[in-house]
Write a protein that binds this ligand. Structure first.
Ligand SMILES: Cc1ncc(COP(=O)(O)O)c(C=O)c1O
Length: 480
């Protein structure tokens, strides 16, 4: 039956048939992903040109839409699930994660409050406690799921601002007040720019963030933090939040949380830890060192959508002080009054009211792979990165640019008889050449003014053979 012109949804039979077809399509796509170049070869506007200018007035067949995916969408797809995608912090999806997203759309619940969908709230709470166990985090770390680390850090810094209730920022705001000192947030010079963005969004201004120098391994220097805080206090700034990074974006360096935590705790400044990428490695007992002193942190962000095979988006914020987060964000309307509830209403802990049923994803993923299965995969990525870094170290044509603790290797080509400036442009040309082949996608960074190539091994489909091919290609093109 075709009831497209009535008021009903797609008939169940049609949904079932097309759903099966689409699952087949996704399975074929993932199975055969290596037939595509990892990066699309298109210019801006090429994809839009293929798409109808006007919205369809009459109903179209879903079969036509599915075939349009191949023709119109695939040419502009950057294949993040491709085993040769080794740029940024590669987030790959997984079968169980994709299926969980499907179920979530099927339910289409809004988990804003417990009563609007008890299962959404309670599964989220249970998943938070699973994560706390697998990452070996302190029992008193309460948690919530947001979309991205940028959002999680924004909420953490908003809570840090609320931590000192005498400031009355919630009631009076910040503008035009003579009784409010300027607030300062501290982060290493290698912290992610989402921290700067949060500071700007919260009205502290770009001057409200002070960048702390780092050592030769790109880790924040605790002594320099202490000095900065002291200096600021004598100049009438009010220290508000310290952000330590575990796994910086450029080189995956690890700020010493223990020492930073001692300083923050003594000064009664909120400590937020950004472990968006590397936090997942805490699932391995041998990586627990990176969280030494984590009990001193007030909040912590980890993104399972970066390295835990969870389709975007999925970010975890833990905090020891949920009551402060709640104070910063709870507001309600009569139709949703939660003030007398003795249940968790996640709407009270953030900007957004409506909430997707995201926690189905870790429920499927952790059960399907098992903690051991996840550990094996993450350990393998670290092994492959180590292997790659050993090739770099034993080559006369390349040098390693940062320690390798996780799945990222920073390196550069060092052709003989070139000046520093020429080496930089050589590496820039090299990465452009590599990425143009469509056989490998790497990203770059700058460390100490040097142009650095960066390979990230965190894809679920990336195997030793892909890393070997990458090394071969890099060598060939650098010799050219
Ligand atoms: C250390 C760190 N923090 C935060 C972010 C921002 O992540 P998101 O895209 O989830 O906002 C990134 C992104 O790569 C990151 O590397």
């Amino acid at each position: 039956m075709n009831n497209k012109n009535t008021f009903a949804d797609m008939p169940a039979g049609e949904f079932r048939k097309l759903g099966h077809q689409l699952i087949d399509w996704v399975a074929d796509y993932l199975e055969g992903i290596e037939r595509y170049p990892v990066l699309p070869n298109v210019d801006y506007g090429d994809i839009k040109k293929k798409l109808e200018d006007q919205p369809p007035v009459r109903s179209d067949k879903l079969e036509n839409i599915i075939s349009d995916i191949d023709e119109k969408i695939i040419p502009g797809i950057t294949h993040w699930n491709h085993p040769d995608f080794m740029a940024y912090f590669n987030s790959t999806s997984s079968g169980p994660g994709i299926l969980a997203d499907l179920v979530s759309s099927g339910f289409n619940v809004n988990g804003m409050a417990w009563h609007t969908c008890p299962s959404a709230t309670e599964l989220e709470e249970r998943m938070i406690s699973w994560y706390r166990k697998i990452f070996n985090l302190p029992e008193n770390f309460w948690g919530i799921v947001y979309d991205t680390a940028s959002t999680s850090s924004l909420h953490a810094i908003a809570a840090s601002r609320e931590y000192n209730p005498h400031l009355k920022i919630r009631e009076k705001g910040m503008a035009g007040r003579n009784d409010l000192p300027r607030l300062r947030v501290y982060a290493s010079e290698h912290a992610h720019f989402s921290i700067d963005k949060a500071v700007v969004t919260l009205g502290l201004g770009i001057e409200g963030i002070r960048k702390i120098p780092s050592d030769d391994k790109f880790r924040m220097i605790p002594g320099a933090l202490k000095e900065a805080i002291e200096e600021d206090k004598t100049n009438s700034w009010l220290p508000c939040c310290v952000v330590a990074t575990v796994g910086t974006t450029s080189s995956t360096s690890v700020d010493p949380i223990d020492e930073i935590g001692t300083i923050s705790n003594e000064e009664e400044i909120w400590l937020h830890v950004d472990a968006a990428y590397a936090g997942t490695a805490a699932i391995l007992p041998e990586k627990q060192w990176m969280f030494k002193g984590i009990e001193k942190a007030d909040s912590l962000v980890i993104n399972p959508h970066k390295w835990m095979f969870t389709p975007v988006d999925f970010s975890l914020l833990f905090t020891k002080k949920p009551e402060v987060l709640k104070r910063a964000f709870s507001l309600s309307a009569e139709y949703l009054d939660t003030s007398k509830d003795e249940v968790t209403n996640f709407m009270d802990y953030g900007i957004q009211l409506g909430r997707r049923f995201r926690s189905l994803k870790p429920w499927f993923i952790m059960r399907y792979f098992g903690v051991e299965g996840l550990q094996n995969r993450i350990r393998e990525h670290i092994r492959l990165a180590k292997m790659f870094s050993e090739w770099i170290e034993s080559s006369d044509d390349f040098e390693l640019s940062a320690p390798v603790d996780f799945g990222v290797v920073c390196f550069r080509a060092i052709p003989k008889n070139l000046s520093e400036g020429e080496i930089n442009s050589f590496n820039e040309k090299l990465i452009n050449k590599i990425n143009k082949t469509g056989k490998l996608f790497l990203s770059h960074t700058k460390l100490n003014g040097k142009f650095i190539l960066r390979i990230c091994i965190s894809g679920l489909r990336t195997e030793e053979e892909h890393v070997k091919n990458a090394w071969k290609l890099i060598n060939e093109l650098s010799k050219e």
